[in-house]
Write a protein that binds this ligand. Structure first.
Ligand code: NAI
Length: 247
């Protein structure tokens, strides 16, 4: 069992939604430090202020980060090391839903996760001093395990996240790197990302159904997804893609 107490986490897309909830629950579990790395500086600063009030000034930092840019992502690792002197957990969570701009979708949802995994494994996540395990948790989606007709490119980016989790997380890789790679694959969760579903590029019927949150389509709360994330970080073997669906 991996103990979160005393550990340091870097969370991308942590300014809102699932990333913010994960940050809260990781801090509630006794983490020593959390970095919120997000492209939205305004939301990020606000989030950090709120988290500092709740958990202490020295526990949380914000770094403006674009995960699709390798240098920017690397700066987030460096800022985390400068603030907390170590990194134990990387949560590759930043993501968008907009099928209209599919190049951006691939750059953020797939290339961004790839940058995170490669930088973490090659440089930043192994604790050479103590030899303790590092954990990468990726936010995939049920779209990546089943495919969703209305959002094919989003689904493909999430399939890539599922596949990278299984491959980078395989036993041989884990034994060599001591970095456990796992993923959460949430069902529809009530966060801001669903606002993108109003875009015309989407199947209108699907958008209409989704807007009726929780009636026709099964949705879940961020709190539930957050609890799944904690369980996965603590207990699940490397390579696990855990489907989180309430009820
Ligand atoms: P959200 O929109 O509340 O959070 C996404 C965060 O990522 C935002 O704070 C945004 O500013 C940030 N972000 C966007 N582009 C970025 C970039 N280039 N670099 C750094 N940060 C960036 O949405 P939510 O729902 O919390 O999404 C988090 C993850 O969960 C995403 O990967 C999403 O695909 C995934 N997911 C969401 C589901 C849902 O139904 N809400 C279901 C399954 C997976």
């Amino acid at each position: 069992m991996f103990e979160i107490e005393g550990k340091v986490a870097l969370i991308t897309g942590g300014a809102s939604g699932i990333g913010l909830e994960a940050a809260k629950q990781i801090l509630q579990n006794g983490a020593r430090g959390v970095t919120i790395a997000d492209i939205n500086a305004e939301a990020g600063e606000k989030t950090v202020e709120a988290l500092r009030k709740e958990f202490g000034r020295d526990k949380v930092i914000f770094t403006k980060t674009d995960v699709s840019n390798k240098e920017s992502f690397e700066d987030a690792f460096k800022s985390t090391l400068a603030a907390f002197n170590n990194i134990d957990i990387l949560m590759n969570n930043a993501g968008i839903f907009d099928e209209k701009n599919y190049e951006k979708l691939i750059q953020i949802n797939m290339l961004g996760v790839t940058h995170g995994i490669v930088l973490a494994i090659q440089k930043y996540l192994i604790n050479y001093r103590t030899g303790s395990e590092g954990v990468i948790i990726n936010t995939a989606s049920i779209a990546g395990t089943r495919g969703i007709q209305s959002i094919p490119i989003y689904s493909a980016t999430k399939s890539a996240v599922v596949s990278m989790t299984m491959s980078f997380g395989n036993k041989v890789h884990y034994e060599r790197t001591k970095v456990r790679v796992v993923a959460v694959a949430p069902g529809f969760t009530l966060t801001d990302i669903l606002n993108d579903l109003t875009t015309k590029s989407l199947d209108e019927n699907f958008a209409r159904v989704m807007k009726r949150h929780g009636k026709t389509v099964k949705t879940q709360t961020v709190d539930f997804v957050g609890r799944s994330i904690i369980k996965i970080i603590k207990e699940k073997p490397s390579g696990t893609v855990w489907i989180s669906e309430e009820g």
